[in-house]
Structure formats: structure tokens, C-alpha cells
Write a protein that binds this ligand. Structure first.
Ligand code: HEM
Length: 418
């Protein structure tokens, strides 16, 4: 028994040191990451098979560029490990954890709408007039994601967690993510703020165990959901969709009744379904904007990182037409084979996201539908930052950086956007 534990520990340590070495031996080259936007080449990059034969096996090609996440968040998950059996088990666990029954979808619908209503009431039950938009969307996304991923108990400890603890954790994750792109990656073991934020939300987890860290599952789910929901909500409620009540209705109805029929319902005269709106949001605002892989060519000692540029492939005018960078859900009524091939917000084989067919799109529709359905009509977007307001008023594509809308507020009877 002792020998087995010892061997596992030594193997894990050796694997970590090897990955760490490969990562740092090539860090100076990070600013020169090549970006590929041709859809077919992107798919080859994702599979780790771009151009010349890659000496690195596909799992290692994915794990290497993600080692910064392991360091900054103390995780060891499907994106950071190159251990085949660990990755296989993780994918299975993730697949199982996002199987949601019709009754549970119905519960999620009530839960989502109640979270928004409660947030609008404020802590002392007096209606609030100003809300930080990213905090509301992060609280909503995190509450739903952790309910689904961790036990689904209606009265468990994560269910009773306070909004302010969720906001602190979301902000800590965001800051560390931004910091991890720099040269000095903050180390999770020394990051007492992030640890405290995590313990407040997950008091029963051993957060210092990389394989037991709840962020292993929270990161792929929460990090993608809230950013997609944020941009889709702004587009549909305040920009392109502000004069399209039928778009609002499609989403609010889906949030009230999350079923396949409701998701695909097009309304009168080939109208716009919740599915079209979600697909268009994921096309224009894919939360995973680029997928990185490491490559090592024969005869070379060093690795290079290549990025499959999903965002660029989703907005090529030669494929999507002259309105490629405009939010236009109507396009989903007649999508061509070429466009389908150029659309991969959930990555592609052999690493296709298990949430791609149902859970991911439905959750985004549910989050945005709950926000649209519960937020009274007289609320506006507001910001003390004139540049941000100007940007929102421009009607152009929203910005993709993760902190782009940190200074945006929902306000009742205050500053107007339109
Ligand atoms: C809108 C929501 C989501 C988007 C846009 C998204 C996007 C992606 C993308 C782009 C990949 C491929 C990454 C790569 O090739 O390096 C991926 C993989 C994955 N995602 Fe998601 N994801 C979403 C939600 C979720 C959720 C809710 C879970 C649940 C825990 C999840 C779990 C995973 C897992 C386990 C993989 C790895 C699959 C494999 O290696 O076979 N994702 N996701």
C-alpha cells in the first residue's frame, strides 16, 4: 500500500517537473504564438496534428500551454493533465455531472429566476437601484453551475452560500486569470485570498489537493458560462435586440420552461428561437476565444505554441458574409455546410466539450432568459466611464477581454444608453 502511494507520488512529481520544464523552457517564445484562423487548420491544431508530425502526444500538446492554470489555481484537470486514464475518468465524471433530468431543469428554472429576483431586492429587502452587471451574472452563473456540479442538494452548504462570497470568489478567479497571462504566475499555495474565497464557497472540500480542488470542474463551467451570458444579455436586451420583443420573449419563455420544444420554437413566420439566439451569441462571443496547443517538430529541442483562433474563424467575412461581425440570429435559419464547419465554440474532436449539445447552450439560454424575464423594463446600462458608454452606444461588436465590462452597472432611472 505504502509502496503504491509512494510510486504514485513520485510519478506525479516527475510528470509535474517535466511539464514545468517544458513550459518554462519555452516561456520566452509566448509572445510569438502563431494564430491560425482557417477552420480546417484550426481543427488540426486542436487535434495536435497541425502541419508536420508533432512529437508531442495530443494530451501533452494540450496540457503544456495550460500549466499556468495548474500553478495559479492549484488544479489538476482534463486541461492540465497528460495522464490518459486520469483524463478519461475526468471526462466521464464531467459528462455524468451535466446530465440533468427534466425535473431538475424545471428546478433550475425556478432557481435562476429567484436568484435574479433576490438580487434585485438587495440584502435588506429594499429594492436596489444600481447593480454591478458582472457581479449579478457571475452570482447567477456560479449558483447554477455549482448546484448542478456539486450534489444538487437543495439545502447543502453550497446552496446557503452568500452572494458576497460568490462575488469575491469570481473576482479572485478573474484577477488570477489575468495575472497568469503575465510572466510572474501567482502561485495558488501562496495565494491566501483565493484559498479563503474558495473555502467560503466550498467549506467541505480539500482545496489544497489538486485533484480534489472544486475549481477543476468550476473553471470549465463557470468561466465559459458567465462570459457568454454577459455579452448575450447586453446584445439582446440593450443593443441589437433592444427593439425586438420577440427575442426577449423567446428567451424568457425558455427560462420559464426549459425543454427542447421551447428551445427550438421559432414562433410565427419562421421567427427567432432561443436556440438561434444562443448559437449567434456563441458565434460572435465564443468564451474560449483561442485554443492553444504545444508542438515539437522532429529535430528540434524546443516546443512552439500555436493557437486555433476560434473567434477569428467565427467572424471571417468570406464565410459568414458582410455582416460577419454583427449579431444576427436570423442567419441560423439557413446555415451552410461551410459555416457549420467554421463554427466550434465547444472545440472539436477528439476534445469536443461534453456540454456542447445540450447543457452548455441550454444553460446560456436559461441564464439570459431569467435575466431578461425578471429585470423590469425601466432598467438601463450605466457607467461612470465615458469610453465604456460610448463603446456600448456604438452598436458595434462588444469587446472580448474578460475585464471589458467591469465598470458597467444596471441602473434604474439613471444614465441612459439609448
Ligand atoms: C458555454 C459553455 C461552454 C463552452 C463554450 C465550452 C467550451 C469548451 C471548449 C472550447 C473545449 C475544448 C478545449 C480544448 O480543446 O482545449 C471544452 C472542453 C471541455 N469542456 Fe467545455 N465548455 C462549456 C461548458 C462546459 C461545462 C458546463 C462543462 C462541465 C463541467 C465543461 C467541461 C469540459 C470538458 C471536461 C472538456 C474536455 C473534453 C475532452 O478533453 O474530451 N464545459 N469546452
Amino acid at each position: 500500500m505504502f509502496l503504491m502511494i509512494f510510486t504514485t507520488l513520485v510519478a506525479s512529481l516527475a510528470c509535474f517537473i517535466f511539464l514545468y520544464y517544458l513550459l518554462y523552457s519555452n516561456r520566452s517564445g509566448e509572445s510569438h504564438i502563431s494564430r491560425i484562423n482557417d477552420p480546417n487548420l484550426c481543427r488540426l491544431v486542436i487535434a495536435g496534428r497541425y502541419k508536420k508530425h508533432n512529437q508531442l502526444p495530443p494530451l501533452l500538446a494540450r496540457a503544456l500551454p495550460n500549466q499556468r492554470l495548474r500553478i495559479a489555481f492549484g488544479i489538476n484537470n482534463v486541461f492540465t493533465s497528460n495522464d490518459e486514464s486520469y483524463v478519461k475518468d475526468f471526462v466521464k465524471k464531467a459528462k455524468d455531472s451535466i446530465k440533468v433530468t427534466p425535473d431538475e431543469w424545471s428546478y433550475l428554472s425556478d432557481h435562476a429566476r429567484n436568484v435574479v429576483k433576490t438580487y434585485l431586492m438587495g440584502s435588506d429587502n429594499s429594492p436596489v437601484v444600481r447593480i454591478k452587471l458582472t457581479s449579478l451574472i457571475q452570482v447567477l452563473s456560479m449558483r447554477l453551475a455549482i448546484w448542478v456540479l456539486f450534489g444538487r442538494a437543495k439545502d447543502g452548504p453550497t446552496y446557503r452560500v452568500q452572494d458576497r462570497d460568490l462575488v469575491s470568489l469570481a473576482e479572485a478567479i478573474n484577477q488570477r486569470w489575468l495575472a497568469s497571462k503575465g510572466n510572474e504566475i501567482p502561485r495558488f499555495e501562496e495565494d491566501h485570498d483565493l484559498q479563503a474565497g474558495l473555502s467560503a464557497v466550498f467549506p467541505d472540500h480539500n482545496i489544497l489537493d489538486p485533484e480534489g480542488n472544486p475549481l477543476n470542474l468550476v473553471m470549465p463551467a463557470f468561466e465559459t458560462l458567465w462570459r457568454a451570458a454577459l455579452r448575450m444579455f447586453i446584445e439582446v436586451r440593450f443593443i441589437t435586440g433592444r427593439r425586438s420583443p420577440e427575442w426577449h420573449q423567446a428567451l424568457a419563455e425558455f427560462a420559464r420552461k426549459p425543454t427542447k420544444e421551447q428551445f427550438t420554437l421559432q414562433g410565427a413566420e419562421g421567427g427567432i428561437s432561443a436556440e438561434f439566439l444562443v448559437s449567434e451569441a456563441l458565434r460572435l462571443y465564443p468564451p474560449t476565444r483561442r485554443i492553444h496547443r504545444a508542438f515539437k517538430w522532429a529535430g528540434s529541442d524546443s516546443t512552439v505554441t500555436i493557437a486555433a483562433d476560434i473567434e477569428a474563424s467565427h467572424s471571417m467575412a468570406s464565410i459568414w458574409g458582410p455582416d460577419a461581425t454583427t449579431f444576427n440570429p436570423r442567419r441560423w435559419g439557413s446555415i451552410s455546410a461551410e459555416q457549420r464547419n467554421a463554427y466550434f465554440p465547444f472545440g472539436s474532436r477528439p476534445f469536443l466539450c461534453p456540454a456542447s449539445s445540450v447543457f452548455g447552450p441550454w444553460m446560456i439560454g436559461l441564464l439570459v432568459g431569467a435575466l431578461i424575464g425578471e429585470l423590469p423594463k425601466d432598467w438601463r446600462l450605466d457607467s461612470a466611464n465615458q469610453a465604456v458608454l460610448k463603446d456600448l452606444n456604438s452598436g458595434g461588436r462588444l469587446r472580448g477581454e474578460r475585464d471589458a465590462y467591469e465598470e458597467v452597472w444596471l441602473a434604474k432611472d439613471l444614465g441612459r444608453v439609448d
